[in-house]
Structures are given as structure tokens and as C-alpha cells.
Design a protein around this ligand. Structure first.
Ligand code: PRP
Length: 215
């Protein structure tokens, strides 16, 4: 959409709601968004922002292709898909980590191909390539913790937030692959042509998020 609005892709769900609260706090409110309905696009002609609710894993695609100028996305998605976008700032929300986990008694046998179950094949391949460890990826779409319990994989590469899911399933996190949190990203062309508006938003968001860490 080529107009004066800044088009913002927010991930549907809890993370998106926290992110919107930060935008609201920064002066980019859009009161209609609080109305309970199924609309996916909201705009405010006063401060020239337009929000889209997008499936979390799709935010980077919307921004990379320019359907949104900026967006909020988890670092996990950025590491997995490596979209061609600018990463402008860390919101310090949605904090968790990508970790390797396995059953408590697991020991890695370097003579065997390691079977890795994950929703994040790109991250897992990259992590083990750096270690020159030969692996077989088993791509799953959810409930990853089941895989080692049922003998489908030796380890999992997955998100750990509180650690509760691992603990309740008798699994242990052995290695941290990467720390994860929500990031503000920008389309590269938009960053050039809507630079004043986007840098202003980025600065305000970044300042609010810094205050959040200091609290
Ligand atoms: C994520 C992740 C873990 C869990 C970690 O799953 O894949 O299963 O959250 O959180 P915890 O450390 O606080 O327990 P999600 O809820 O996205 O569901 P999924 O199984 O469908 O991937």
C-alpha cells in the first residue's frame, strides 16, 4: 500500500497484544483495535498508522515483501527464515531461548547420526553444521517434546520459556542454541522512503523498551 501510512504487521496472540501496548504507549494508538471483532486491519488517520494482525510466523514475509513496512517478530522466526529485512530494535518481550533438549539419561554417540526433531529445521541445521555434527532432521509442527519420548528422535531443538513443558515430560535442556525475544523489523525499501516516520517509531519503541528493562 503506497500512501503516507506506516503499515505495521503484528503477530496475532499474546506477543502481538504486548507489542501493540508498546506502540500505544509510544503514541501510535488505534482505539478501534480494542473492539471485539474479527477485523484484521485497523488504522488511525490522526497518527497515520495501520495495523494488520498476521499469523506470527508470517510477519517476516509481509515485511520482506513490502505488504507491511514494519513488523514485530520473534528472533526465532528471523533465525529460521533469514528474511531480507532490517532488524531495528529488541523489544525485550517474548523472552525465551532456543535449546537442545533430550531425555535425562541421554548421551550423544558421535558415531551415530543424531536424529533431531524440530519445528525449526533451518536453525537446527545451522547449529549442527557449525559443530560439524551429522544429523537427520525430523520436521514436526508441534508437541515436539513427544519425539524423544516415543523414540522418534534423540534430541529436540525447540523453544524453552519457563522450562515447564520439558520438566513435565522428563526432558532436560542440554545446550542453548540462541536467546530469543521480539524484534522490530523493517522492509528495506520502506526504510528508505518512509525513513522519518519509521526511525521515529523505532526510537520511541526502543526507549520504552529500555525503560522496561531498567524497571
Ligand atoms: C512452545 C514450545 C514448547 C513450549 C515451551 O510450544 O514448542 O513446547 O512452548 O514453553 P515452556 O518452557 O514455558 O513450557 P507451543 O506452546 O508454541 O506449542 P506447540 O507444542 O504447538 O509448538
Amino acid at each position: 500500500m503506497s500512501d503516507n501510512y506506516v503499515n505495521i504487521a503484528l503477530p496475532k496472540g499474546r506477543l502481538g497484544e504486548s507489542a501493540y501496548a508498546i506502540f500505544e504507549n509510544a503514541g501510535y494508538d488505534c482505539p478501534d483495535i480494542h473492539k471485539q471483532n474479527r477485523k484484521l486491519i485497523f488504522e488511525n488517520a490522526q497518527n497515520l498508522v495501520r495495523y494488520f494482525w498476521v499469523k506470527p510466523s508470517d510477519v517476516a514475509i509481509y515485511v520482506e515483501k513490502g505488504a507491511a513496512d514494519i513488523g514485530i517478530v520473534g528472533k526465532d522466526i528471523l533465525l529460521e527464515y533469514r528474511p531480507d529485512v532490517y532488524e531495528l530494535c529488541d523489544l525485550h518481550i517474548g523472552i525465551c531461548r532456543m535449546a537442545v533438549a533430550a531425555k535425562q539419561n541421554f548421551t550423544d554417540n558421535p558415531d551415530m547420526v543424531l536424529r533431531v526433531a524440530t519445528k525449526f529445521p533451518g536453525i537446527a541445521k545451522h547449529y549442527y553444521a557449525e559443530k560439524s555434527r551429522e544429523i537427520e532432521i525430523i520436521k514436526l509442527n508441534g508437541s515436539i517434546e513427544l519425539a524423544p519420548l516415543l523414540g522418534l528422535s534423540d534430541v529436540i531443538v525447540d523453544i524453552v520459556e519457563t522450562g515447564k513443558t520439558l520438566a513435565e515430560n522428563g526432558l532436560v535442556a542440554y545446550e542453548t542454541v540462541a536467546p530469543i525475544s521480539a524484534r522490530l523489523i523493517s522492509n528495506k525499501v520502506s526504510y528508505k522512503f518512509k525513513n522519518t516516520a519509521i526511525t521515529q517509531i523505532s526510537k520511541k519503541i526502543s526507549n520504552i523498551c529500555k525503560e522496561n528493562i531498567d524497571d
